[in-house]
Design a protein around this ligand. Structure first.
Ligand SMILES: *[C@@H]1O[C@H](CO)[C@@H](O)[C@H](O)[C@H]1NC(C)=O
Length: 130
């Protein structure tokens, strides 16, 4: 015989409790975003607009997916972002082709390490709330 509480089985309640815990853990780790969505980190003008309308928070994780070594990801400052030129001196470089980048509060700038590709739109600005 299955024990029921208000007509809901104990197993269902346990399942809901587990789901609740999973959601809490997921929130604690932040939301994961695939940069560029379906297109990924690619030589496509839409990538520049990908962050628009999204509400990033500190602790969220950006996942840059691309074919390495064709592209790379450089975290840069505003000057470097505006000029599409890091002068081999970015804040950080990622080149695994599947890079997980946790974001901090504030504004973070990413460009493709290939200057011409950055100029074509392979660069994003992320604004993250606390
Ligand atoms: C950006 O980084 C470059 C290279 O390290 C540096 O020369 C420049 O002053 C920095 N600009 C800002 C606004 O921090």
């Amino acid at each position: 015989m299955t024990l029921t509480i208000f007509g809901v089985s104990k197993n269902a309640i346990a399942a809901i409790g587990l789901l609740y815990l999973l959601i809490i853990c997921e929130n604690a780790q932040g939301t994961k975003y695939i940069v560029g969505g379906r297109i990924g980190w690619d030589l496509d003008p839409s990538v520049f607009h990908w962050p628009e309308g999204k509400h990033f928070k500190a602790g969220d994780v950006l996942i840059f997916k691309y074919s390495n070594p064709l592209y790379s990801v450089e975290q840069v400052n505003k000057t470097q972002f505006d000029s599409c030129y890091s002068d081999s001196n970015p804040i950080k470089t990622y080149d695994s082709g599947h890079d997980r980048v946790p974001i901090a509060k504030g504004t973070t700038y990413f460009i493709c390490g290939v200057p011409d590709y950055c100029g074509y739109g392979m660069r994003i600005v992320i604004n993250a709330a606390a």
